[in-house]
Design a protein around this ligand. Structure first.
Ligand code: NAP
Length: 253
């Protein structure tokens, strides 16, 4: 989709069809990247983001794929290779589940949570490093993982599994960031607080942001664009000395 193929650097946003990923995709297009928009089920939403990228004079590629599936991830990165040089990965795709105590959690629930939120982020980071790292002949790049303040809060009686999956993202950010620090790849994380997106409805509480806004020191939820602004900064040369950092964007929560 779109014109002007060339060697414009490419940003891949997993879960780029909605919410925080959508804001990142559109923001990175504004910053001059051609954008690959990954989604899992909502093709219409992904196409709308692609149209927004093209409206910003950049090329867009839409790719369906479950980040928790290795064949899907390999297929997705193969398509990225045919599109351009990967310079930025936003490891954003993530899920929650309905409120439950740990003593109620099934193996299926736990497996899904870790497969998408943790293994998915690892698989995508692995494929990105293979393309970006100077060790593999790449030209460098930036990986931005989307964590969560839930890693610190623990989310008791709601989704401790989700919080733990985001704790793993923090550790991966620190470890991988240090692992590839001399290879031209900067790995960092943005950790959102309470952000107005569809994710709360998928956890069974559509008005969660309004309900919990009073717990936020700033007394409000955040917007997806307020998260994307930090992602865009981490992707940019302005963050050239930032590696393995966890940037909390939560209104003080
Ligand atoms: P959202 O509005 O529910 O959007 C989720 C996005 O991820 C959609 O684009 C969805 O694609 C995609 N997706 C879901 N499962 C996927 C899979 N298995 N493979 C590929 N893509 C998948 O979520 P959001 O609130 O923007 O959250 C984005 C990230 O921010 C997540 O990692 C979340 O944990 C994190 N976060 C959010 C908040 C918050 O308050 N919103 C706070 C802290 C952290 P489809 O459109 O095709 O379904």
């Amino acid at each position: 989709m779109g014109a002007v193929p060339g060697d414009t650097p490419v940003a891949l946003v997993t879960g780029g069809s909605r919410g925080i990923g959508r804001a990142c995709a559109l923001g990175l297009a504004e910053d001059g990247y051609d954008v690959v928009i990954n989604y899992v089920g909502n093709r219409a939403a992904a196409d709308a983001v692609a149209a927004g990228v093209v409206a910003r004079q950049r090329r867009a590629l839409v790719i369906q794929g479950d980040v928790g599936s290795e064949p899907d991830v390999l297929r997705m990165f193969g398509a990225v290779d045919g599109f351009g040089r990967l310079a930025v990965l936003v490891n954003n795709a993530g899920v929650v589940d309905v409120a439950a105590r740990v003593d109620e959690m099934s193996l299926d629930r736990l497996t899904r949570m870790m497969r998408i939120n943790v293994i998915g982020a690892f698989l995508c980071a692995r494929e990105a490093v293979k393309r970006m790292s100077t060790r593999h002949g790449g030209q460098g790049g930036a990986i931005i993982n989307i964590g969560s303040v839930a890693a610190d809060l623990g989310s008791p009686a709601q989704y401790v599994d989700y919080a733990a999956s985001k704790g793993a993202i923090d550790s991966m950010t620190i470890g991988l960031g240090r692992e590839v620090a001399t290879e031209g790849v900067r790995v960092n994380a943005v950790r959102p607080g309470l952000i107005k997106t569809d994710i709360h409805a998928s956890g069974g509480i559509p008005d969660r942001v309004e309900r919990l806004a009073g717990l936020v020191p700033m007394q409000r939820g955040g917007s997806a664009e307020e998260i994307a602004d930090s992602v865009r900064w981490l992707a940019s040369p302005k963050a050239s000395y930032v590696v393995g950092s966890l940037i909390t964007v939560s209104g003080g929560r």
